[in-house]
Design a protein around this ligand. Structure first.
Ligand code: TXD
Length: 323
């Protein structure tokens, strides 16, 4: 019998996940479970990404999957990635707002993006680190990439939370609910009940205004509710699942219409800001921005959210010397 030699098959796609903490490692697990791509997990802590990667690799046999998962502390290992996901940075502690993380995470994210770009010049960047919309802007600015190749994950998560709360309230399957949350990933996010439906039926026909307001409020505080319960760290299962949907839409060119933090150049009356709006994500990254009709009050709320993002972008750019 001749010995087996490794096959020289086609090159699988590679996704690098910077930050092997809760979100990063859970995302790596989901990508592997879905057989989407090989994964490189990178972290600053020695041994951490290697240990997580080995543990995830050890599950490949029972999962009957064949993704390579590699852990490293060096960016060389990320070379040739199709997608780089940035989760590196600090997470919130109870009582902290996302904006409290601004300066420390800004430095981490900018360095991570520049290092990763050096080894993967063709990559798409998906930013997860908070404060999300600001970090996404900084990655775009620091890399100099076309805006279609840089996006932030938050809207998929916030919409999924609202979807779940609506389903829990009505006692229906979350898969039958469709929800839309736009705006920045913060207290000023903009859930849009008018665009939330259960199998096409607007929720405004299924519940009263007071109930809708309560579900919207719970969505706005969805992250903080979990931070308060956990006491150490924040949510990660739903964030990782949400990021995975974006990764999949790009890698498999699914053209899914997903709310993502994207660069606006006049859309929604906003300029030079990354904020969550519906985007078509495919093999060219952010391929289209969908402008849904907003009421004057909704437009005002979106602009307020954008103003708060821009204020923090200016602060961070100044501190980083990037302005
Ligand atoms: O919707 C969203 N966008 C979010 C964002 C949903 C959930 C979490 N959100 C934010 O993602 C959260 O507020 C944090 O800013 C990030 C990561 O959250 P996670 O829960 O994964 O935080 P962890 O478990 O603390 O992991 C962060 C890892 C940790 O292993 C650090 O060692 C690593 O980041 N880290 C670094 N890696 C590489 N390079 C540098 N410089 C670095 N600094 C820290």
């Amino acid at each position: 019998m001749s010995p087996l030699v490794p096959s020289m098959g086609c090159q699988a796609a590679q996704v690098s996940v910077v930050g092997a903490g809760n979100v990063g490692r859970t995302l790596a697990q989901r990508i592997a479970q879905k057989d989407l791509a090989n994964v490189v997990l990178l972290d600053i802590v020695e041994g951490l990404p290697q240990g997580i990667a080995l543990d995830l690799m050890a599950a490949q046999g029972v999962e009957e999957r064949d993704c390579k998962i590699l852990g490293s502390n060096h960016y060389e290992a990320t070379a040739g990635s199709e997608i780089v996901v940035i989760t590196a940075g600090l997470a919130r502690k109870p009582g902290m707002s996302r904006d409290d993380l601004l300066h420390v995470n800004a430095k981490i994210v900018v360095e991570a993006a520049q290092n990763a770009l050096h080894y993967s010049p063709e990559a798409f960047f998906i930013v997860i680190t908070n404060p999300l919309d600001v970090m996404t802007y900084l990655v775009w600015k620091a890399t100099g990439l076309p805006s279609q190749r840089v996006m932030g994950m938050a809207g998929v998560l916030d919409s999924s939370r609202l979807q779940t709360f609506i389903a829990m309230h009505l006692g229906v399957c979350p898969a039958d609910v469709s929800a839309m949350v736009l705006g920045g990933h913060g207290d000023l996010m903009l859930p849009l009940p008018r665009y939330c439906t259960v199998r096409g039926v607007p929720i405004t026909e299924l519940m009263d205004a007071v109930t809708i307001d309560q579900l919207v409020e719970r969505t706005r505080n969805g992250g903080a509710e979990i931070v308060k319960l956990l006491q150490t760290g924040g949510a990660y299962y739903a964030p990782a699942a949400s990021a995975c949907v974006m990764v999949e839409s790009i890698l498999r060119n699914q053209s899914r219409l997903l709310p993502a933090a994207t660069y606006l150049q006049g859309e929604y009356g906003l300029q030079d800001v990354f904020i969550g709006v519906p985007c078509r994500l495919g093999c060219r990254g952010v391929e289209t921005i969908l402008e849904v009709k907003l009421t004057p009050a909704e437009t005002e709320a979106l602009h307020l959210s954008a103003q708060s993002v821009r204020k923090n972008v200016d602060l961070a750019l100044e501190k980083l010397g990037l302005s």
